[in-house]
Design a protein around this ligand. Structure first.
Ligand code: SF4
Length: 447
């Protein structure tokens, strides 16, 4: 059996594999920034690395299992074994059980313990034993938002800015409150300072991050006021946010959509089900009437607003009639885009105690029917953009086709077009010529 190697080489290499949501992506940036000063360089190849970190997700069983198999691959790989660290939501949920399952693991730490990484690496190196830290921090005084500005290096013209952590809601199917703790909101001045720092580095668009980002409140500053402050006090061109909870879409935020040109005309409004009975069992704290009323108000305040959503099919007890209500609601409300998932029972959630009685085939059939419906709706919505000129923030070049670029319109639609070098990071005008379910095609527009 290969011996555990705690010795760390100078100019060490690290590899980080990220699963899950934007919060995890941003945490991985912070983790990278924390260990680089320790003499680590990043490598894309886990087999070259001295340290391999898995930043995991546990929102669905699939993500959980995927991380297990990837950890297993690194352990089974030929050659010198790297140090192995597991962090993120699955690490928070599993904790010390991970070390029992994989004795080869050296580090386990939760999302609230990222700041401890240098200290944990030292324990591994000096005391030649695994290090673990999974305490949840639920007070603003003690929480480390790690806004070490070096952490927020730019990957192009867009960047995430974390404004809060945790969630105080208790949706019956969701494990997030258990693994991310209760809400802690970051001071507005720190968020503004970080945004201005990013703008100085060339950032055009920031996405404000939080589990229920629009429940933000700090020192009396509400979410809508925070957006107004960022708009007024920084040179950022575009502001987006994810992920909001429909119950916290209040009139002040809707007004902000009506009066703030920097706030992009797009909102993600996770509905989850179009059946009030299912929404009640999910403990979503709204029903289809209150949800529709907010959509109506948003469309009145910003008529061109694009709205996307999340849906879950096959929630315990979801009858054919309840699923039909979801189809009818989605057809009636006409949203622009959707992410849909099959219900996945999560331990330590209220729904885990409910019978997962919708057969897998039935879940798959419902998922396909819902996605087919939305794909048609999205295509019709996108077709209304043909002939219009969109403002597109160019995010990258098409790797396969030279001279092809892609970016996002202010409505969060992906736009592909032909152009010349040097466009990345610019906001350009593109006249739309073609529309698909998930993207638009266009040509550069010079008026
Ligand atoms: S709002 Fe609900 S679904 Fe979203 S993170 Fe909180 S508990 Fe989970």
């Amino acid at each position: 059996m290969r011996k555990k190697d705690y010795g760390l080489r100078v100019n060490k290499l690290f590899h980080i594999k990220t699963f899950g949501c934007q919060m995890n992506e941003h945490d991985s940036l912070k983790i990278s920034a924390l260990i680089k000063p320790l003499g680590f360089e990043e490598t894309a190849d886990p087999l070259q690395a001295d340290l391999v970190l898995f930043n995991t997700c546990t929102v669905r069983q699939k993500a959980h299992d995927k991380a297990f198999s990837e950890i297993g691959k690194v352990i089974a790989a030929e050659g010198k074994r790297p140090l192995i660290g597991v962090c993120g939501c699955m690490a928070q949920e599993e904790g010390v059980k991970l070390l029992h399952r994989f004795p080869e693991i050296n580090l386990v730490f939760g999302p609230d313990q990222i700041y401890k990484l240098p200290e944990l690496l030292e324990i591994v190196e000096k005391e030649k034993r695994p290090a673990i830290a999974t305490e949840l921090i639920n007070s603003a005084e003690d929480y480390h938002f790690l806004d070490t500005l070096e952490a927020t290096r730019l990957n192009g013209p867009t960047a995430y800015v974390t404004i809060m952590k945790g969630c105080n809601s208790h949706c019956s199917y969701c494990i997030v409150p258990k693994v991310r703790g209760t809400e802690v909101c970051r001071p507005a001045r720190d968020i503004i300072r970080e945004t201005e720092f990013l703008v100085e580095k060339g950032c055009k668009e920031v996405t404000l991050l939080g589990q229920t980002v629009n429940s933000y409140c700090n020192d009396g500053v509400s979410f809508a006021e925070l957006i107004a402050l960022i708009s007024k006090n920084t040179g950022v061109a575009r502001i987006r946010f994810t992920s909001p909870h429909p119950k916290d879409v209040k009139d002040d935020l809707i007004e902000e959509y009506g009066q703030n040109p920097k706030l992009c005309p797009h909102i993600h409004m996770p509905l989850q089900s179009g059946s009030d009975a299912v929404l009640k069992r999910m403990r979503r704290a709204y029903n289809t009437t209150t949800y529709s009323a907010k959509i109506e108000k948003l469309r009145a305040a910003r008529p061109d607003i694009a709205i996307s959503t999340d849906m879950i099919v096959g929630f315990p007890g979801e009858s054919d009639a309840e699923f039909q209500q979801s189809l009818d609601f989605i057809k009636g409300i006409g949203l622009d885009a959707m992410y849909a998932f099959k219900y996945s029972p999560r331990p330590d959630t209220e729904a885990f105690g409910m019978a997962d009685d919708v057969a897998r085939e039935k879940k798959e059939e419902r998922l396909q029917r819902l996605l087919d419906l939305q794909n048609n709706l999205s295509k019709s919505k996108n077709e209304t953009r043909i002939g219009l000129v969109e403002e597109v923030l160019v995010e990258g070049a098409d790797k396969k086709k030279r001279g092809r670029f892609c970016g996002r319109s202010s409505h969060n639609r992906i736009v592909n077009f032909a152009g010349q070098e040097g466009l990345i990071g610019a906001i350009v005008k593109v006249k739309i010529t073609k529309a698909y379910s998930n993207s638009l095609e266009g040509e550069l527009w010079k008026n």
